[in-house]
Structures are given as structure tokens and as C-alpha cells.
Design a protein around this ligand. Structure first.
Ligand code: TXA
Ligand code: MG
Length: 352
């Protein structure tokens, strides 16, 4: 399939180009588009065949449901039923924004979009291109992140082109994503509401609006909440190891000198690494949102280096750091290292 790549102004989307993209959605095609979190790959959520195409293009397991994107609160009624009162009351404040709620599904949404579940995940994205596209299409748009399944989510059109060129009808280039991490997913089908996936909207902030939200404890973090959380995720092709503690990471960079190792860390820490260490910078620790925004791009950069292994800094888990560490841990897929002995073992058995 030939993929059209079309640049659209993220602040004032050109109506003609949006109409072109909306035409594809209406005809049952696939359009990748930017949101404020990550890029999504979208199809008409009412069209079973179109939704199935998303799974094929991404190589996504059939039991992993999609998020349905809407452009107005009124449209919520066409995709979800029995929205709890206390949530409905604050939706006008939380949306558009990077939080997704799981509600009981309306029968109009294709069961292919929700992987057969009787619930549906819904969000209204805070991005002019996404909102205009949904409006112009006249239907809600089912859209998972626009990466090949298991790869890091795309935070820039180049990432989407890399993963999906030739597999979708159109890719909209609307520049870099603002948050660079996916939305927070909350199960609102029963009380207490539960966190299914930490994301761009922090739990601390969300609790101010909707009260109690149960979050998985450290112990059951391995138990998947959302169906999609059971799969290996966000993974670079190279081995990624989390290193606990700044001094250990600095030491690690020393041990790693001359080996095929790259260090993914903050600007501050990168300045403390000795010369000769290969570092991939995530941004300044003074702004954890910047570090978060750069993570997925950095994981893709790691794959383009000669390094065989990436060592990544561990960050505090408060605020946006909770979602950041969730993604780092999943991308690594192995336990963090907290001693020099464990570190030497990893570095010495690999990358001599
Ligand atoms: O920021 C985002 O949420 C991005 C942009 C494109 O909006 N989308 C995104 O979609 O990250 P995706 O498909 O990559 O992640 C959706 C997550 C998955 O973990 C999935 O299992 C979960 O939401 N999910 C979707 N529908 C669900 C449902 N009915 N019940 C429970 N979890 C659901
Ligand atoms: Mg995804």
C-alpha cells in the first residue's frame, strides 16, 4: 500500500488536509495522527473491518482492546453507556486531556475495537489535529499508539514512518508530541476506580477531581491490569538495564568504557560521566516532563548506536516519575541493578 505522508500545522490545522484524512477514515482506511501524548493509528470505531486493519498493521494481539477517541462530550453517548455521575461532572475539566476512562460499551462501537470486551476505553485528545480529524470524520476514532506492537510508542512522525510506512493510508506529520508518554487509563466501570496504566495525567492530580483511585502496589505490578499491559512493551531491540543510584551509574560508565555500552541519563548525570562514555541524554532533571518526553525517542536512538547494551538511570516515582518508571521498567524487562557486583556481571558477560 502506498502511504501518503502529509504535514499539517499542529496549531492551526489546514482544513483541506484534514478533510483528506477524514475522507480516508470515512471510507474505512487507516490514518496515523498526532495527539498530545503519542501518535495514534486511527480507524472508524463503528466499522469492524476498519478496526481489524489496525491490528494487522501493528501486529497487535487480537485480545488487546483499542482506545476510542472522541471530539466532544456529546459524542461520549454514542460510545459509552452508564457513565458514573461523579466522573461525568468533571469530564469538562479533564477533557480534552491525557486521561482515558473505561466505561460500559455502547453497542455501536465495533466489538473488534474492544477485543470483544463489554467495556470501552475512551478519551478526548488535547491536540488540534486529532480533534479536527475526529470532527471532520463525523465518527469516533479507535486508535492505539502508532508503533509496531511491543516497540516504543512514537513521539514523532519519523517514528511512525519507520514502523508503519506502507501499512497505513496516511501518516500526518504534526511535529513532536507534547507529553511523549501515553494517557493514564482508569477503570471507571466499578468503584473504587482503579488505575490500569499510569500515564501523562498524574495520579496526584486526578485524585483531586475524582477522589479515590486504587493503584497497583509494587508487589502486584507484574499482574497485568489492562489487557495490553501483559505484553512486553516499549522495548528497544538492545538489552536495557536499569541502574539504581547515581553513583552506581557513574561507576558503571567507568567500567563500561571501551565496551559496547550506552548510558541513557539526564543532562546533569551525563556531565558527570567520564570522557569516552557514550551517553544518550534524556534532558534536565529540573523538568521531569522533559525527561519523560524524550524517553521513547532515546530508546529508539539506542537501537541505532553500536552499543549492545543500554544502561538507564532510575528516577524518583512521584508525579510524572511514576509513569516514567513504569515505562522504563517495562522496556527493560529485567530487574534493576543495585550493586556493583551485579553490574560487573552483566557488563562482563556481554559486550566484551
Ligand atoms: O495516549 C494514549 O492513550 C495513546 C493515544 C494514541 O491516544 N493511545 C494508546 O493506546 O496508548 P494503546 O492501544 O497503545 O493503549 C491502550 C491501553 C492498552 O493497555 C489496552 O489494553 C487498554 O488501554 N484498554 C483499552 N481498552 C480497554 C478496556 N476496555 N478495558 C481495559 N483496558 C483497556
Ligand atoms: Mg501502545
Amino acid at each position: 500500500m502506498r502511504t501518503r505522508i502529509v504535514a499539517i500545522d499542529p496549531v492551526r490545522p489546514e482544513a483541506g488536509r484534514i478533510a483528506l484524512a477524514a475522507g480516508i477514515i470515512k471510507k474505512g482506511g487507516l490514518v496515523a495522527f498526532p495527539t498530545e501524548t503519542v501518535y495514534g493509528i486511527g480507524a472508524n470505531a463503528f466499522d469492524p473491518k476498519a478496526c481489524l486493519k489496525i491490528f494487522r498493521a501493528k501486529g497487535r494481539p487480537a485480545d488487546n482492546p483499542l482506545i476510542v477517541h472522541i471530539s466532544s462530550i456529546a459524542q461520549l453517548r454514542s460510545v459509552a453507556v452508564s457513565v458514573p455521575r461523579d466522573i461525568e461532572r468533571v469530564l469538562g475539566v479533564l477533557w480534552p486531556g491525557p486521561v482515558t476512562f473505561v466505561f460500559k460499551k455502547s453497542s455501536r462501537v465495533a466489538k473488534e475495537a474492544t477485543a470483544g470486551l463489554d467495556s470501552v476505553a475512551v478519551r478526548m485528545p488535547a491536540h488540534p489535529i486529532a480533534l479536527r480529524l475526529i470532527e471532520a470524520s463525523g465518527v469516533p476514532i479507535a486508535a492505539p499508539s502508532a508503533n509496531t506492537s511491543s516497540r516504543p510508542s512514537p513521539t514523532d512522525a519519523r517514528h511512525v514512518i519507520h514502523d508503519l510506512n506502507g501499512k497505513v493510508d496516511m501518516i500526518i506529520d504534526g511535529g513532536p508530541a507534547l507529553f511523549g508518554i501515553e494517557s493514564t487509563v482508569i477503570d471507571a466501570t466499578k468503584k473504587p476506580y482503579t488505575l490500569l496504566r499510569p500515564g501523562a495525567f498524574t495520579l496526584e492530580e486526578l485524585r483531586k477531581y475524582i477522589g479515590e483511585i486504587t493503584a497497583p502496589s509494587e508487589h502486584d505490578a507484574s499482574r497485568p491490569r489492562a489487557p495490553g499491559m501483559k505484553y512486553r512493551h516499549y522495548a528497544p531491540r538492545k538489552r536495557l538495564v536499569v541502574v539504581e543510584g547515581r553513583s552506581l551509574l557513574i561507576k558503571a560508565a567507568g567500567i563500561a568504557r571501551g565496551r559496547k555500552v550506552a548510558v541513557l541519563c539526564s543532562d546533569e548525570l551525563a556531565r558527570q560521566l567520564g570522557r569516552g562514555a557514550t551517553s544518550i541524554r534524556l534532558g534536565s532533571e529540573r523538568n521531569m516532563y522533559e525527561i519523560t518526553r524524550n524517553l521513547f525517542g532515546a530508546l529508539r536512538s539506542l537501537d541505532r548506536t553500536k552499543a549492545e547494551i543500554g544502561l538507564i538511570q532510575s528516577f524518583p516515582k512521584s508525579g510524572i516519575g511514576f509513569a516514567l518508571m513504569d515505562r522504563i521498567t517495562r522496556a527493560s524487562g529485567s530487574a534493576p541493578l543495585s550493586s556493583e557486583k551485579a553490574l560487573r556481571k552483566v557488563l562482563e558477560q556481554r559486550s566484551k
